[in-house]
Design a protein around this ligand. Structure first.
Ligand code: NAD
Length: 356
């Protein structure tokens, strides 16, 4: 196994691994460990080049630093990518080799599930390193993150309602959820229990039919769903749904959902603000999963009550973000970044005091 370092400004460590025996070609980026070890998922994609994989791992690991800083998980930001086709290139040996690669960082990077990586794959990784989170609950790990992500989103929506209407009351509020999978489906159920009028939209007709029959949700056609009038529009499917074409057509008061990377371009935050639409930054409102996983690393290990109490703080974090945006007349996207930077700066100061 050959491990070599790639020098990248602003990143603590970026490593490349080639393993001829198993065909492993992977990268790990540790962006920042000021606030704790760098936790972030492992993904596998058929990247066309190492440069493309590098671009992805750098972008994603930096995002994890910000996400954890705002969520106060006590973790830093990192990510890993395997270059290869997840349909054909997976093998137990490949993941054991990946485990050795992760282990080479001695806990500076801690991995978890991400795109095209499942619990089974991580179990093989776990055979060669202890620095794995998000395994099954039976194994003492934190299990499926989706219910915690959903809970965090609903907490975040409460902060959104307060900002819009002065109180966190869902009764009669129209919430349109695009994508009712593991997270969106659970959000829909929770909102119904809280008295909201829930509208759902999904490309999977079977899921839509099942959920609407079971819970009486109003179904909205996928095509043109943006133009449906609602209080909160919750993107819970894919990223990049908010862009220069869709934002002018929105008929909502706020955007607050769990999908990652909802804005296609940074300027989309300005476009939303210009239209008077309150945007709950995606990485702030969807941090429930990472917060839950982070509890595994606390002394004493995973405890659900601790996780729930920490996930609920997403409400407070979003309130802070909205306050900064209001006071400094900046977008909520910039306000979230500012909050993350402040926390990192405080962390750096504490570290340098401790060193003296
Ligand atoms: P999922 O695959 O279970 O659900 C996604 C749903 O979106 C599916 O029902 C799918 O049919 C639907 N969908 C896909 N493309 C669509 C489209 N163009 N229009 C409408 N519906 C579409 O995924 P999930 O785990 O619920 O995650 C949803 C989003 O939240 C993803 O962006 C994910 O990265 C993000 N996220 C998830 C978690 C988590 O804990 N699962 C944590 C943070 C962020």
């Amino acid at each position: 196994m050959e491990i070599s370092e790639i020098q990248v400004d602003g990143y603590e460590k970026v490593l490349r691994c080639h393993d001829r025996a198993t065909g492993l070609h992977a990268l790990i980026a540790v962006h920042d460990t000021t606030l704790g070890p760098a936790l972030g998922g492992m993904r596998m994609l058929p990247y066309v080049s190492e440069d493309e994989a590098l671009f992805d791992v750098l972008r994603l690991s930096r995002g994890m630093t910000y996400k954890s800083a705002v969520a106060e998980t006590g973790l830093g930001g990192g990510k890993s990518v395997l270059i290869g086709d997840p349909r054909t290139a997976k093998s137990p040996e490949l993941f054991r080799a990946m485990g050795r690669f992760v282990d080479s960082l001695g806990g500076k990077y801690i991995t978890a599930e991400d795109m095209n990586i499942g619990i089974r794959d991580l179990e093989y990784v776990r055979e060669s390193t202890r620095w794995v989170t998000g395994l099954s609950r039976e194994s003492g790990s934190s299990g499926n993150p989706s219910p915690y992500t959903a809970r965090g989103c609903v907490q975040g929506m409460k902060a959104v309602l307060e900002e819009l209407y002065g109180k966190a009351d869902f009764k009669g509020r129209r919430v349109l959820i695009q994508g009712v999978g593991a997270v969106g489906g659970r959000i829909a159920e929770m909102l119904k229990e809280l008295g909201a009028h829930v509208l759902i939209s999904d490309i999977n007709a079977e899921t839509v039919a099942r959920l609407s029959k079971q819970h009486g949700f109003e179904v909205v056609d996928e095509i043109g769903h943006h133009t449906t009038s609602c209080d909160i529009y919750a993107p819970c499917a894919r990223g990049a749904g908010l862009n220069k074409d869709t934002i002018p057509t929105l008929r909502c008061k706020a955007v607050a959902g769990c999908a990652n990377n909802q804005l296609l371009d940074p300027e989309d935050a300005d476009r939303l603000q210009a239209r008077g639409i309150l945007y709950a930054p995606d990485y702030v409102i969807n941090a429930g999963g990472i917060i839950n996983v982070g509890v595994e690393l606390l002394p004493g290990g995973y405890k659900e009550n601790v996780a729930l109490e920490r996930v609920d703080r997403i409400y407070d974090q979003l309130k802070r973000v909205f306050r900064i945006a209001r006071e400094e007349r900046i977008t909520t996207r910039d306000a979230a970044a500012k909050l993350a930077e402040q926390r990192l700066e405080e962390g750096r100061k504490k570290k340098s005091v401790a060193k003296r």
